[in-house]
Design a binder for this molecule. Sequence first.
Ligand code: PGA
Length: 256
Amino acid sequence: MSERDPLVAGNWKMNGDAGSLDLLLDGVLSELSVLALRRCSVLVFPPYVYLGQVAQKLRGSIVGVGSQDVDQRTQGAVTGGVSAAMVKDAGCGFVLVGHSERRTLFAESDELVSDKFEQCGSQGLVPIVCVGETLEERRRDRTIEVVTRQLRAVTSRVGLAGFDGAMIAYEPVWAIGTGESATPEQAEEVHAGLRKCLAELDEDLSNRTRILYGGSVTADNAVALFGMKNVDGALVGGASLKANSFAEICKAAEES
Ligand code: PGA
């Protein structure tokens, strides 16, 4: 039996400003109040500078707040750095680590991603580790090898206890922001592979860990994706910037 209720997370990336994000949140809250969700959890990931504002507005609501990243260090002479303790202090409960844009644009290695994951754990924050293959890797039939390597880098660092409660987001790099989502079958195959990898560590942990899919999720493809046994929700980029499309995805998750 699975204990995995669905979860939908909106990754706002580097978009919006104080006013527009406030309006977006108003829209999301009003759409969600109509849905009266019982099973589906909802999170949003604003840019750092708006974390406090968003967390304050969402206090007492059903929507949780997370940070898109954190620094791997705890404090000190790190100009521009933001620590796990700081995002927690700003009201976050969750953190994305190893998003492919961080891995590519900021050259984050598996090791650095594991450092960040570990920092989140030390602050009691729930990390969502993002994994995914490039188009080239998929063409060479390396998908499972790549995503399990990315996952194992973290699990071998933090162990069973350190991974408990965390989540995984499978985001094929070729599907992010391209309008070309993985098919439900492609997603399911990789999610099942990731779950098998976790089961090598611990069967129960594997059964209770949520694995989200990300990469051009829309209101149109969400139902089919959520119909897959090992797809426990979504990490949504572009479609999370419109209240109605984000709410539609939450509705699909709720009814999955
Ligand atoms: P997308 O982004 O939904 O715009 O493809 C997903 C993500 O990067 O998390």
